[in-house]
Ligand binder design. Sequence first.
Ligand SMILES: Nc1ncnc2c1ncn2[C@@H]1O[C@H](COP(=O)(O)OP(=O)(O)OP(=O)(O)O)[C@@H](O)[C@H]1O
Ligand SMILES: [Mg+2]
Length: 286
Amino acid sequence: MNKGIFFVAIDLNRPLSEQGPFDVVLHKLSGKDWCANIENFRQKNPEVTVLDPPFAIEHLHNRQSMLQDVADLNLSDCHGKVGVPRQLVIKKDPSSIPYEVNKAGLKLPLVAKPLVLDGSAKSHELFLAYDQFSLAELEPPLVLQEFVNHGGILFKVYIVGEIIKVVRRFSLPNVSKRELEKVAGVFRFPRVSSSAASADDADLEPSVAEHPPQPLLENLARELRHRLGLRLFNIDMIREHGTRDVFYVIDINYFPGYGKMPDYEHIFTDFLLSLVQSKHKKRPAV
Ligand SMILES: Nc1ncnc2c1ncn2[C@@H]1O[C@H](COP(=O)(O)OP(=O)(O)OP(=O)(O)O)[C@@H](O)[C@H]1O
Ligand SMILES: [Mg+2]
């Protein structure tokens, strides 16, 4: 590889259509051993910059470890609170679910998500459960997460190095107490966030539409960049309905579909240029 060409450690488990222009370089490195392949490549080509280490990307392929760093943060300052919904991991034995849910005191409804994200459509099959007994029909390993009413709007927070961009997307509507009393069962729901049109221009209630406060996002992004050891990712965040400043992170994705991030061409160019500059600065003068 020529000097000065960067390669970006992209997430090879996501469809190429959702990735950026760099996949050309890494497309050959696929399959189960992608982590080892990149490590190998890095050792043989020490001049190549690996933006994000494969082991840090792997951390996001498990829905439990993915949110652990946010849970540990306990971010609550004057700009609002950020946490993760209460959740429970079920590794095996689905018949134990009703008991485990009661024991953990989780409130219904619950979102059931496959624990491991392996790039398959199945690992994105999500269910909404109105009672804990129906959950015994599902196949562990699973994460059971409290559903947080959020007015049907989700904030996608894109991170590219130091840059943060937020867009609104439509999400699942609130579940009312009445609905919860009347309905039982477990229902599969479609992949709302990836298919949903942007909600940036929709006519929304201001209390739902208002973006999370910038200082809060800056704090969160700085901490996560540091703790996850990643520079290219996105955070899916919701605001608890009826509050102004209580937020939950429900998902973190590596190298998301940046095509939907406004101004991505400039942001990426600036990001790559800043890497070139910092690499040159670090070189000893001759
Ligand atoms: N705890 C929750 N409370 C409320 N809504 C939720 C919760 N978890 C997930 N959702 C809804 O389900 C959608 C998908 O959830 P999540 O992002 O965790 O799964 P995913 O498999 O990564 O899906 P995608 O690839 O579409 O992002 C969210 O965008 C949101 O609309
Ligand atoms: Mg998601």
